[in-house]
Design a protein around this ligand. Structure first.
Ligand SMILES: O=C(O)C(=O)C[C@@H](O)[C@H](O)[C@H](O)COP(=O)(O)O
Length: 349
């Protein structure tokens, strides 16, 4: 399956299927004199003798958020420069969301930008590999240093997903669920029905594709996130704060953030648009630790959310809420009110 972006120019293809990596990559690598690889350590260990046997002399990154540190960024860029990277070279970034963000940021900055291809290897990265957001973390919070830099292609070989550990599947599913909420009620219902017993890869392919298509709408209409792209941050304002503070996998923290978003959306509308009990039951049944919301410290969360990139003024936090399924809006919630919502949610659990 091939999905193409529809920007005014500089479009790229997103290939999604099983067993496609080497064939799809070769049509790009043949256009460059030199190709450099950045590969997630876990992925390389699993696939260096099979799917990744064509990869030469990769820069290996520790997976997860460790790859988004200043130290890791220094190591990637200095190694690329030591190896003599040129502006007309290609960088291929193979790994999960964190490696994709870090490798993409290196591509955006080394020599002021080189071409790169994203090769996502996790369920989570069906989201992060698309749209050109790249970033590393700061001591002040998640993704605070970054750039928008479009890849030349995204090659999503679903065979990589077959070796994902359960917690990675759970984490990635958080973003699949977010995309369904962004689309419409029918998609949310269909997704919940398809996963009512378990979250299994067999049932997810159509929802992954629909999620990518939903995301494409926002990124192609508002690449630099001055308007509707903010909606893709649904659940991320509190989610990022929880992830950063409690070192929780990204998509699991996002589910906690989505649950709070649902609570706050009901509270702002002063009616129960969303059935909180139903979502709580569904998320807990699949093992998302909603109970952990009871232990969050609202002052710490407010400090971290105060650094969120969506904020426009001090005294309030930029937040994406929903009027209904598929109907997001961006608002600024006064600090005192937001803290009150967090306290109320904790008491309700
Ligand atoms: O692509 C976007 O735009 C998103 O917000 C997608 C998010 O799911 C993704 O986690 C993104 O990397 C978060 O970006 P940030 O701007 O909140 O740092």
């Amino acid at each position: 399956m091939e999905i193409r972006t529809n920007y005014m120019d500089g479009n790229y293809a997103i290939y999604v299927d099983y067993g496609i990596l080497e064939d799809q990559i070769s049509q790009y690598t043949s256009q460059y004199t030199s190709v450099h690889f950045i590969v997630d350590q876990n992925v390389y260990t699993l696939y260096q003798d099979s799917t990744l046997s064509f990869v030469q002399n990769p820069i290996i990154l520790e997976g997860g958020e460790a790859s988004k540190s200043f130290d890791a960024f220094k190591r990637i860029t200095e190694t690329l420069l030591e190896r003599g990277i040129k502006r007309n070279d290609l960088l291929i970034v193979i790994g999960g969301g964190a490696v994709g963000d870090a490798g993409g940021f290196a591509a955006a900055t080394v020599l002021r930008g080189v071409d790169y291809i994203q090769v996502p290897t996790t369920l989570l990265a069906h989201d992060s590999s698309i749209g050109g957001k790249t970033a590393i973390n700061s001591t002040f919070g998640k993704n605070l240093i970054g750039a928008f830099h479009r890849p030349k292609a995204v090659i999503y070989d679903l065979s990589f997903l077959e070796t994902l550990p359960p917690h990675e599947l759970l984490s990635g599913f958080g973003e699949v669920f977010k995309h369904a909420l962004l689309k419409d009620e029918q998609t949310v219902k269909a997704l919940m029905e398809a996963t009512k017993n378990e979250i299994s890869l067999d049932t997810l392919k159509p929802f992954i594709i629909s999620g990518i298509e939903t995301k494409m709408h926002y990124v192609t209409n508002d690449e630099k996130e001055s308007g509707i792209r903010k909606f893709l941050n649904l659940g991320h304002t509190l989610g990022h704060a929880i992830e950063y503070k409690y070192k929780m996998p990204h998509g699991i923290a996002i589910v906690l953030g989505l649950y709070f978003m649902i609570y706050a959306s009901n509270a702002e509308e002063r009616q129960n648009i969303f059935d909180l009990k139903l979502f709580r039951h569904y998320f807990e049944q699949h093992g998302y630790p909603l109970d952990q919301l009871k232990t969050i410290n609202e002052t710490e969360m407010m400090t971290l959310m105060g650094k969120d990139k969506k904020n426009q003024s001090s005294g309030s936090i930029g937040f994406v809420l929903m009027k209904n399924f598929g109907q997001c809006y961006f608002t600024e919630i006064d600090n005192d009110l937001l803290e009150k919502y967090i306290k109320q949610l904790k008491e309700s659990l």
